[in-house]
Design a binder for this molecule. Sequence first.
Ligand SMILES: Cc1cc2nc3c(=O)[nH]c(=O)nc-3n(C[C@H](O)[C@H](O)[C@H](O)COP(=O)(O)OP(=O)(O)OC[C@H]3O[C@@H](n4cnc5c(N)ncnc54)[C@H](O)[C@@H]3O)c2cc1C
Ligand SMILES: NC(=O)c1ccc[n+]([C@@H]2O[C@H](COP(=O)([O-])OP(=O)(O)OC[C@H]3O[C@@H](n4cnc5c(N)ncnc54)[C@H](OP(=O)(O)O)[C@@H]3O)[C@@H](O)[C@H]2O)c1
Length: 220
Amino acid sequence: MIGLQPEGAKKPTMRAYSIASPAWDEKLDFYSIKVPDGPLTSHLQKIRAGDKIILAKKSVGTLVLDALLPGKRLYMFSTGTGLAPFASLIRDPETYERYEKVILTHTCRQEAELSYGLRLTRDLKNTPLVGKMIGDRFLHVASLTRENYPLTGRITKLIRTGALFENADTPPFNPGEDRVMICGSMDMINDTRSIIENFGLMEGSNSSPAEFVVEKAFAA
Ligand SMILES: Cc1cc2nc3c(=O)[nH]c(=O)nc-3n(C[C@H](O)[C@H](O)[C@H](O)COP(=O)(O)OP(=O)(O)OC[C@H]3O[C@@H](n4cnc5c(N)ncnc54)[C@H](O)[C@@H]3O)c2cc1C
Ligand SMILES: NC(=O)c1ccc[n+]([C@@H]2O[C@H](COP(=O)([O-])OP(=O)(O)OC[C@H]3O[C@@H](n4cnc5c(N)ncnc54)[C@H](OP(=O)(O)O)[C@@H]3O)[C@@H](O)[C@H]2O)c1
């Protein structure tokens, strides 16, 4: 959770956020939506260097590698700012120690929304700790739903039509080899989850690791 203390208000305005920077980084990055009249982000988007933000001491979440079994390929499916937890994980050496191939998908409505993810993944080869590990083991698959782009369509459509596997040069999901993490809106999570369950993948947790995990704060 991060937040701001509005002037004159009794309580701070706090919201859940993913830390977008890798665990080894000494600074914290956040990747945020700007909701024009949002109680937090209408103010957050105006902060300047030196301003104070509030950061909750405890961090929680279900999008963790420990809830997944070992495997060959790790898919990370994100929409919009759901990219944030994966912005951290793709820069974490443990991700590449556990999986041979890492495929990050990011689907947005318009091209401008892809820019943070594109910049991050373009710089990955120069990122400390992981830069020398990744070789051709990392792949970024970007798609748009409301503008023309080389790849268009929701992640659910890309999986159903096979376009995902064609673009990533991978076989269809197989519970023996594939692991999946999902982050986006509640509808996106639920729809994507039901598709991958049809391939035989099961949801994992820290106490019982399995084949996929979703951000539990949203999912029904
Ligand atoms: C576990 C968890 C992690 C989150 N991590 C992030 C993160 O890393 N980055 C981030 O920007 N947000 C994240 N959010 C959303 C975040 O908590 C706030 O909703 C967001 O900061 C907007 O706050 P607000 O007070 O300005 O508006 P709110 O009153 O919270 O939201 C107003 C409306 O804006 C829309 N909205 C809010 N957030 C988003 C979003 N991220 N993408 C698209 N539409 C949205 C929704 O329709 C919502 O009803 C996360 C939410 C949860 C539950
Ligand atoms: N750790 C975390 O849990 C975390 C971190 C960051 C953000 N978030 C959350 O992530 C969400 C990001 O919002 P958002 O994904 O709604 O972003 P968005 O920017 O509103 O939407 C992005 C894309 O999702 C597609 N989409 C919508 N419904 C879908 C569905 N049922 N199945 C597949 N794709 C679908 C949209 O396609 P269309 O154009 O066809 O509608 C659009 O291209 C927010 O709810 C935010 O709170 C969570």
